[in-house]
Structures are given as C-alpha cells and as structure tokens.
Write a protein that binds this ligand. Structure first.
Ligand code: PLP
Length: 399
C-alpha cells in the first residue's frame, strides 16, 4: 500500500512562504515588508528590556517544570483580564470572565472556534473582507462555514461602514462575527467609537456572537485607548469572546503567548464554560507552556516592569508612526502624484498600500522588496536605512 500517492502539494502559506523567498534572496539590500513583525531601526526583532529583566528573575529561580493547569496559570490569566477589561472591571469582580492561556492569538482563535462549534448552533463565522489570511483557515478547520462581511473601501482607503452594517444585519442568528479590536490587519483601517456602538447594537439585535481579535493592543494609541472595543462590549451586557496575543506587544513571537477570554452572564455560567473549555484544550494540547506566560505575568504584575514595558511599547508605536510619516513624505519627494496621506491615517503595523499584484511582483524582482500580493506592507519593517530605497522603488513601479 502506498499511503501518500494521492497527497497533493499544498500551496505555501502566503506570508511564511514569502519569507522563505526573502531568506533565499542573495541581494544585500533586500527588504521584507511581508511578515507581521516589528523590527527596530537596525532591522532587528527587539528583545524588550522588561522581558529580559523578568526572564532573568525567572531563570534565577530554577523552578521545576511540572504541568501547569489546563487553562494556564492564574497570575497570567488575571493579568490578561486586567489588561483587556481594566483592573476595576465589574465583570472580573462578578466572576463573569473566563480566561485561558493559549498558544498565541492563533491558538486562542482556534480554541474559541472549537468551543463555539461544540455549542451546536449551526451558524457560520463571518470574517472581514479582507482579513488576516489565517482567520478563514482557522474557522474552516474547526468546521465552520466561513462568510465575509464588507469592510474596506478601496476608493476611500477607509472602512465602508454602511456596507459593513448591511452585511452584519444580513447574517443569521448565532453567526460568529470576527472583529479586529484595533489595528485592522491587513488594512490598518479601524472603525470609530461611535461605529463600535452601532456594531454592538446590531450584534445584540441580531443575536450575533462577537469574537474580538486583539493582536495589536498598544500599537495604535496605547493600551487603554486600543482597548475601547473590548470595554464597550463589556458595558453592553452581551456574552462575547476575545482572543489576545503578546506576540507583537511583548515581541515574544516564538514563545506563543496568547489567551482566550470569554465573557459570560454569571459566575455559575463561567464555571460551566470553563469546564468545557478545559475539555477542548485537554484534547488538543493538554496544557499550555510555562515560559512565555511566566514572563508576561511577571512584567504585567510588577508596577516597575509594567511601566518599562509600556514605555518600550510606546517607542515601537512612535517609530511606526514616524515611518508612516516618512514614507508619505518620501513618496511625494520621489515625484509620486497620488495622495498617499492615507498611510499616515492607518493604524498598527500594516498599510494597504494600493499597490497591485503586478507592482508588488516588480518590487520583488527588480528591488528585492517583498510585500504581499494584496499590496499589504508592514510599515514596522521600514527603517531609516531602507525607507529611501522603498519610496524610490514604489515611485518607479507607480510611474
Ligand atoms: N490575529 C491577527 C489579526 C494577526 O495579525 C495575528 C498575527 O499576525 C494573529 C491573530 C496571531 O497572532 P499570534 O502570532 O500570537 O498567533
């Protein structure tokens, strides 16, 4: 028997596949604007000082590595809750939030998807058009039919909010609606506070299941302001899901540090929800890893380290904003006639540049500049050494 003769070669992951091509590229001045990673001005993935200090203290203890609880350690989970809902949240006090450490934001999305699937609601999952490449795959793998809601308007380069409202209103009861809590990936276009309130009203009126994906808290306007969507949903009285990640905000990509939080209606409901959530996790990877979550908890639960982390996060945020500003200026200086001011208005790590697939291909072939074929560029990978080259190359392919 030849078991694998019918196995087809799967397509490469659009983002990690691009990185493979970038790594193989021999040009010394190549630039990778494809992957969603923050780089310093020296082009390095930063190791935050707050992380180093927390890690040194953890390593010095030489703690044994036994299994940790299925849902992860309490100091970590409560730090996640405080960050998302605010330390004085009545939801937390009333025992209405269930949190489990998960393997990055991806793991949190998958555990949440598996949990919702087991509710047997027989409804689809709706993702924004466009969205992060993996959203569709995660929910399809969990057995959902995945549909799209209108989100981005290519003409205004902002959100088509009327279209979004129409889509949301058309979904059947119990549709899981995946919403980017801030710093929309890939477009960088977020909705306003007033628009969030409307979205909440629709979710309530139509019995939709809100699932907030919070992968970039702190990258737009800071921890508190970027948490606005979560806070508004918390006020709404609805039950909802939040997947959160410290991959970007702690620069801990490889440690896989994330969490799933579920807001319930009562303490009793929380107990039952947690018991089922633990079954989902136990039959998947049993229990989460110790190291990354221990670092995040140590930082978040120490006033000094937390301040240091927030300062370092602010530095990352400000550098990205400076690169947005610089790119707009340099494109104009390179003779580009189109108005690229939208790049400065977009938030988080990414910009939907408006470049076509052909233009992106030319950037890769002619200049060794790698971006997604959708035109998404990672502004957090620009720096003072590569920004002139990038601006000039974009100007050339646009001419
Ligand atoms: N959600 C969005 C919107 C993302 O952009 C990402 C990562 O790029 C994730 C979730 C997953 O993050 P993690 O690397 O923590 O799994």
């Amino acid at each position: 028997m030849n078991l694998f003769t019918s196995v087809q070669l799967a397509p490469k992951d659009p983002i990690f596949g691009l990185t493979e091509a970038y790594v193989a590229d021999q040009r010394a001045d190549k630039v990778n604007l494809g992957v969603g990673v923050y780089y310093t001005d020296e082009g390095k993935v930063p190791l935050l000082k707050a992380v180093i200090q927390a890690e040194e203290a953890i390593v010095a203890k030489h703690s044994p590595r036994s299994y940790i609880p299925i849902e992860g350690p309490n100091p970590y989970n409560s730090a996640v809750q405080n960050l998302l809902f605010g330390a004085d949240s009545s939801l937390i006090k009333d025992g209405r939030v269930v949190t489990a450490e998960c393997l990055g934001g991806t793991g949190a999305l998958r555990v949440g998807a598996d949990f919702i699937k087991r509710l047997n609601l027989n409804a689809p999952c709706a993702i924004s058009n466009p969205t992060w490449e993996n959203h569709r795959g995660i929910f399809e793998s969990a057995g959902f039919e995945v549909v799209e809601y209108t989100y981005f308007d290519g003409k205004t380069r902002g959100v088509d909010f009327d279209g979004m409202v129409k889509s949301l209103e058309s979904f059947p009861k119990y549709t899981t609606v995946l919403l980017h809590a801030c710093c929309h990936n890939p477009t960088g276009a977020d909705i306003t506070e007033a628009q969030w309130r409307q979205v909440i009203d629709i979710c309530k009126a139509k019995d939709l299941i809100p699932f907030l994906d919070m992968a970039y808290q702190g990258f737009a306007d800071g921890i508190e302001k970027d948490g606005i969507a979560v806070r508004l949903f918390a006020e709404s009285g609805m039950s909802f899901f939040v997947s959160s990640s410290f991959s970007k905000s702690f620069s801990l990509y490889g440690e896989r540090v994330g969490a799933l939080s579920i807001v319930t209606q009562s303490k009793d409901e929380s107990t039952r929800v947690l018991s089922q959530l633990k079954r989902v996790i136990r039959t998947n990877y049993s229990n989460p890893p110790t190291h990354g979550a221990a670092i995040a908890a140590a930082v978040l639960n120490s006033p000094e380290l937390r301040q240091l982390w927030e300062d370092e996060l602010a530095e990352m945020r400000d550098r990205i904003k400076a690169m947005r500003h610089g790119l707009v200026e340099k494109l104009a200086a390179a003779g580009v006639k189109q108005d690229f001011a939208f790049i400065e208005a977009q938030r988080g790590m990414f910009s939907y540049s408006g470049l076509s697939a052909e233009q992106v291909e030319r950037l890769q072939k002619e200049d060794g500049i790698y971006a997604l074929s959708t035109g998404r560029i990672c502004v957090a990978a620009l720096n003072t050494k590569n920004i002139d080259k990038v601006a000039q190359a974009i100007a050339r392919v646009l001419a």
